[in-house]
Design a protein around this ligand. Structure first.
Ligand code: ATP
Length: 422
């Protein structure tokens, strides 16, 4: 049923749901738009409404072909409880859905997408805006043009929702798989966190899994701080060197967005003919269950991420709590693993990428449930300080609409036990 948002916009049908609210297809004075209506419980927070109003200028000011433009911010509604962002309508899938379908992208396609997003980030960073939640879910693909265009969305929303409520200490909300080590260490997020996250996305597009994902969110955060990304077999040397530089633990060592965009563009011609990286698992055409077991056979049976009923990855929304307008489960509290647990025990938790055709003995198949995507909101308050850990991880759990996830402990990847389940 059509619903009015402010005096200029009408919403018609749901395009998608995120942790912060629901995105609707809408109509405005100049044509179709996407309208993100924040969750009622968030919108009811007067501080949040105030922050959105305060940042109106920033939210509306970013213009770039690779950034989803925000046209308007509506605060009000019949009961004065709506907060809605009116955005460019992007016709096409988000990068998460695209990757789930493709499983792994050709290096040229992956680098082209990431170079475009880096271009958008460069403009935002120059304006002093850090995205803070770069991940495939926040990259939309416009497929209406002859050449698909990638657009980064949700600018500024992470910061607004993340701010401490009443001047108290806020946690850091983010997505463990893409979270830069300095955030885990409690430092304020600067532009370099977006570079780290974006190159993590590139790694995922090439490999089908993130460098440090899998298992307990606390273990993922620990790996972000302590481990080194495994080199992907067959990746061109100069591309890998650039990726390593942007995955550096020290933020100052990473490239700036503008440099990254141009370096990636320079690499493109040499990547044109390359097929997707061969990590040893025949990609199923439909991206659905790998019923023949050829791929699943490589997954470590001890990996909690591979256990039936355990989510394969942790794509994390911005905010805690269940969306009242979605079917997600309510949030759950869990303890951050202590320093010892986070040290990973004697065996560590880094993935080992095996050479093609070399399955690991004693490995087991993924359960169907292990491929489900789960969303978590993580608050990491001073997670790793002087080697000791404190605080809590707060996460909301629930599955999305049943799309198969790309398990970080994907085929061809070993991930020793890092169980730190609550
Ligand atoms: N500007 C847009 N145009 C078209 N569709 C959009 C637009 N913005 C979002 N969507 C759709 O709505 C879905 C939900 O978007 P939203 O930003 O609320 O959540 P998310 O980024 O997927 O997750 P989260 O907010 O939890 O991190 C997206 O996956 C996409 O399919």
């Amino acid at each position: 049923m059509a619903r009015n948002i402010g005096s200029h916009y009408t919403t018609h049908r749901v395009l998608g749901r995120g942790s912060a609210g629901t995105v609707w297809l809408g109509e405005g004075p100049s044509g179709p738009v996407a309208v993100k209506v924040l969750r009622e419980d968030l919108a009811a927070d007067p501080d949040l409404a105030e922050r959105f109003a305060h940042e109106r200028h920033t939210l509306l000011g970013l213009e770039h072909p690779n950034i989803v433009g925000v046209h308007d911010l509506v605060i009000g509604g019949p009961d004065a409880r709506d907060i809605a962002l009116v955005m460019d309508l992007v016709r096409g899938p988000d990068l998460r859905s695209h990757l789930e379908r493709e499983r792994r992208l050709r290096p040229h396609a992956a680098v082209a997408i990431v170079a475009e997003v880096a271009g958008g980030l460069a403009v935002a960073h120059a304006a002093g805006i850090v995205h803070r939640d770069v991940k495939p879910e926040n990259i939309l693909l416009d497929t209406t043009t002859p050449r698909t265009r990638a657009l980064l969305t949700d600018f500024g929303v992470a910061k607004l929702i993340d701010e401490p409520r009443h001047g108290g200490k806020g946690g850091v909300v983010g997505t463990p798989d893409y979270m830069a080590p300095e955030i885990v260490e409690g430092l304020p997020p600067r532009a370099a966190v977006d570079i780290y996250a974006l190159i993590t996305v590139l790694y995922e597009l090439l490999a089908g899994f993130t460098p440090f994902g899998g298992g307990h969110p606390g273990a993922v955060l620990r790996r972000q701080v302590t481990e080194t990304a495994a080199e992907l077999p067959g990746i061109p040397r100069d591309l890998w060197e650039l990726m390593q530089q942007c995955l550096a633990k020290a933020p100052a060592s990473r490239l700036r967005a503008v440099e990254l965009a141009s370096r990636l563009r320079e690499l493109l011609p040499a990547l044109e003919e390359l097929p997707p990286l061969d990590l040893g698992d025949p990609a199923p055409a439909d991206g659905a269950g790998r019923a023949d077991g050829a791929a699943e056979a490589a997954v470590d049976a001890t990996d909690p991420a591979a256990a039936p009923g355990t989510p394969a990855r942790a794509a994390v929304p911005l905010v805690r709590g269940a969306a009242p307008d979605s079917e997600r489960a309510t949030h759950t509290r869990m303890r951050v693993p202590d320093a010892d647990e986070l040290a990973g025990g004697a065996h560590g938790t880094a993935r080992v990428i095996r050479p093609v055709g070399q399955p690991r003995a004693g490995s087991a198949r993924h359960g169907a449930a292990a491929r489900r995507r789960r969303r978590l909101a993580v608050t990491a308050a001073g997670l790793l300080g002087a080697g000791a850990l404190g605080g809590w991880l707060l996460f909301s759990g629930g599955e999305d609409d049943g799309a198969d996830g790309l398990g970080p402990a994907g085929p061809g990847v070993e991930q020793p036990d890092d169980s730190g389940a609550p």
